[in-house]
Write a protein that binds this ligand. Structure first.
Ligand SMILES: O=C(O)c1cc(=O)[nH]c(=O)n1[C@@H]1O[C@H](COP(=O)(O)O)[C@@H](O)[C@H]1O
Length: 278
């Protein structure tokens, strides 16, 4: 999916919500445990109920890999289900990959040739040759970690070089030599508040993947206020606050209510920015 199509979906759905499929066997409703594939059964129900309110899904590989082969099969089935039934949803494999060139090539092959997801999250730490193998797929996206939502973001990402350039700024500047805003997005945590103003100085047109609303306490209002551009430029992820809103047999309907609440707030911000009409 290209940038224009993503923008059009945002306008159509009046939403820039990404639902995070961080599916934990210990947290899903008990009654699903008798299903042949409980993880997939959970994901399918969540997708069917929340799809009207979001434009993207982000399964996080850690949750699937932790179950070994059955987990990976549930991941694969989830991606296939989305592609077959909701082709307008942007699919992000949250894998935070990146390694020496030939290894990154294999990571890229698994996500873009085999799984055929739209985007993969990549850590920038190992530099250009670790990121470029992901960029040879012209219709696929790299989402590079820039300023993350967690407390540890303070440890390295704010450190300054001799010219006072902070590490996250260096990531934003340098990586723009490798790909345009048609193929690269950045992760910026919702918990970073006013830092979105700084991010937008370096990346005015890029889409940002923004995790950290909901369970981590980031403010959607602030993200929209400081981070939204003329094409929205935001995909705001919420995982736990939506998918575990309830753990009774009504979990999917309650998740839909939680997703709709976020979508309705998003519609207000899109309207205020003139991106959609009333
Ligand atoms: O790359 C990510 O998606 C990510 C980056 C970041 O800075 N912070 C962050 O929370 N994430 C991911 O976003 C999701 C957040 O989940 P919730 O806190 O449950 O909404 C998890 O899958 C995290 O791994």
């Amino acid at each position: 999916m290209n940038k224009q199509q993503l923008f059009e979906n945002i306008q159509k759905k009046k939403s820039f919500l990404c639902v995070g499929l961080d599916t934990d066997i210990k947290k899903i409703p008990q009654h699903l445990l008798t299903e042949e594939d409980p993880i997939f059964a959970f994901n399918k129900a969540i997708i069917d109920s929340t799809a009207p309110y979001c434009v993207a899904y982000k399964p996080n590989l850690a949750f699937y890999e932790s179950l070994g082969v059955p987990g990976l099969m549930a991941f694969e089935k989830t991606v296939a289900y989305l592609k077959a039934n909701y082709p307008d949803q942007f699919i992000i494999a949250d894998a935070k990959r990146g390694d020496i060139g030939n290894t990154s090539e294999m990571y890229a092959r698994s996500f873009f040739d085999y799984m055929k997801v739209d985007a993969v999250t990549v850590a920038p730490y190992m530099g250009e040759d670790s990121v470029k193998p992901f960029l040879i797929y012209p219709e696929s996206w790299v989402i590079l970690l820039a300023l993350t939502s967690n407390k540890g973001s303070q440890d390295f990402q704010f450190t300054e070089d001799v010219n006072g350039v902070r590490l996250f700024e260096k990531v934003l500047k340098k990586s723009q030599e490798w790909a345009s805003d048609e193929q690269m997005m950045y992760v910026v945590g919702a918990t970073q508040g006013k830092m979105f103003l700084e991010i937008r100085k370096h990346a005015p047109n890029h889409f940002l993947l923004v995790p950290g609303v909901g369970a981590q306490g980031g403010s959607l209002k602030e993200v929209a206020q400081y981070g939204m551009n003329d094409q929205c430029g935001l995909l705001v992820n919420s995982s736990r606050a939506i998918i575990y809103a309830d753990n009774t047999p009504a979990f999917a309907e309650v998740a839909a209510v939680a997703a709709r609440e976020v979508q309705e707030e998003m519609a207000i911000y899109l309207l205020e920015k003139g991106i959609i009409k009333a």
